[in-house]
Ligand binder design. Structure first.
Ligand code: CA2
Length: 153
């Protein structure tokens, strides 16, 4: 059997990380984020498949794929967090844990960012720790996967 695998999914505009708005989203690139998650996961014996898309339906496809191919999903759904019933339904329809992560503290920003369509169907949420939040989300996800494997919380 191969290594256990996590999916890291990043939503619209996150391919621009490090190129604009460093005061809100930091100076690191999306590739830096992907390396951070891969290194964190690898220390604990997990492999990672990373995917970014600006298209809602592609994100739905990858959430569905996780049911067969991953132990769990770390997702920054970006602006779709606040709008997407399609992503919410996709998460609801899989049995694998999903952790939602936001780089910025959405709660100190505009009120439309305070609502997450996805949080009620996710296992956990990390908000406001910058890029380091991806490391925290990875550790939290692995904790979930391993404790669920032992069949208690
Ligand atoms: O704080 C987060 O991680 C967000 O998910 C980022 C989204 C925003 O719509 C959410 O409310 C909170 C926006 C991502 C845009 O990323 C950019 C990165 C660099 C330059 C421009 C945009």
């Amino acid at each position: 059997m191969g290594k256990k695998r996590l999916f890291l999914i990043n939503g619209p505009n996150l391919n621009r990380l490090g190129k604009r708005e460093p005061e809100t989203y930091g100076k690191k690139s999306l590739e830096d984020v992907e390396v951070l998650v891969e290194q964190t996961a690898s220390e604990l014996g997990y492999a990672v498949t990373s995917f970014q898309s600006n298209h809602e339906g592609d994100l739905v496809d990858w959430i569905q794929r996780a049911e067969e191919e991953a132990e769990g999903i770390i997702i920054n759904p970006a602006a779709y967090t606040h709008t997407s019933i399609a992503l919410r339904d996709a998460i609801s329809a899989i049995s694998k844990p999903v952790v939602e992560i936001h780089i910025s503290n959405v709660h100190e920003r505009e009120s439309f960012r305070h609502i997450s369509m996805l949080a009620p169907v996710c296992s956990g949420q990390i908000v406001g720790f910058g890029i380091d939040g991806y490391r925290l989300a990875t550790l939290g996800m692995i904790q979930k996967v391993e404790s669920e494997g032992r069949n208690h919380s």
